[in-house]
Design a protein around this ligand. Sequence first.
Ligand code: PLP
Length: 394
Amino acid sequence: MWTLAKRVDALTPSTTLAITAKAKELKAQGLDVIGLGAGEPDFNTPDNIIQAAYDSMNDGMTKYTPAGGLPQLKQAIINKLQQDQKLTYSNSEIMVGSGAKHVLYTLFQVLLNDGDEVIIPTPYWVSYPEQVKLAGGVPIYVEGKEDNDYKITPDQLETVISNKTKAVVINSPSNPTGMLYTQAELKALGDVCVKHNILIISDEIYEKLIYGDNKHVSIAEISPELKALTVIINGVSKSHSMTGWRIGYAAADAKIIAAMTNLASHSTSNPTTTSQFGAIEAYNGSQEAVEKMRNAFEERLNIIYDKLIAIPGFTCKKPQGAFYLFPNVKEAASNCGYENVDDFVAALLEEALVAVVPGSGFGSPDNIRLSYATSLEALEAAVSRIHNFVDNKM
Ligand code: PLP
């Protein structure tokens, strides 16, 4: 009798996908479910990007490319990093992969030996711990406290560092909280990393979605020492509404990039050629659509946030970036008679027909995640359903 590999035993199924599947099932039964689980912009990819990809195919660009990405795409990324972050990278310090998720997967595979520890602040994006475990590593969690905007402090970081620590993950703006680390906060965390010589994995995938007076800073910008220790992870999925194209990149020390490229040459061969041509246009072409989408998200956030915090028992830090709200609903769940937030979320879906993601999947069981990457009309209807549900249960 065959058995599956041990490494998959430890994998936790994605809570986001589970809730999406349940919502789909209810929709198929004819029920009017509003889904706020989406982790992708609801806009189509800008026309100029689609056109560039189409043209590249007509021009015969339909073959394999170098494993770590086309030189023209690497150059476009180098120019972007120079322009936005004032950071200078060379071709050998950039690797393009099939989405930021795949780039992160490849990174953990080349970095970790069995038992190596990676520090992951909670709440976290669902794939970090699973990818670390798949590479034989051990996730070490540090709680980003609600009263510190779900961010970790240098003291907290210091206390979890051991002689097995290889890296720490910083995701700013954060999925699921939408919070941003300031330059001073990053510098203070960076000082601890420099002192202990640990790598910083800086996931900047939501960099272009920043609201109000807030500003995105990459920890690599702060000093040459920090740049040397940082692996920047980014891509076009969220910034240019290109989730299905699967293009992401890493910018890091050439030795790390060479190992990642070598591994990719035996797994994907290369990121999809057509998508790479689309991504070249995304970086080199007009950025008007990026700003338009950012504006739309900000407008929705400002309208929906006030309505959300008016729900009894909901408290929510106002997000500074990304497209998620992450309210603490522990009190609301308890007022409505539920033992925990997971049960509250299940009832919201079955009785109020609103799909949200329970915070337990992000290591934060008192919260729920709502995505505002959906129409304002649907958002307003969903929040009003949640409000009525809570009012009626109390
Ligand atoms: N990092 C974070 C924090 C994300 O939220 C996501 C997507 O949801 C990714 C990385 C992966 O993005 P990509 O679509 O480029 O794989």
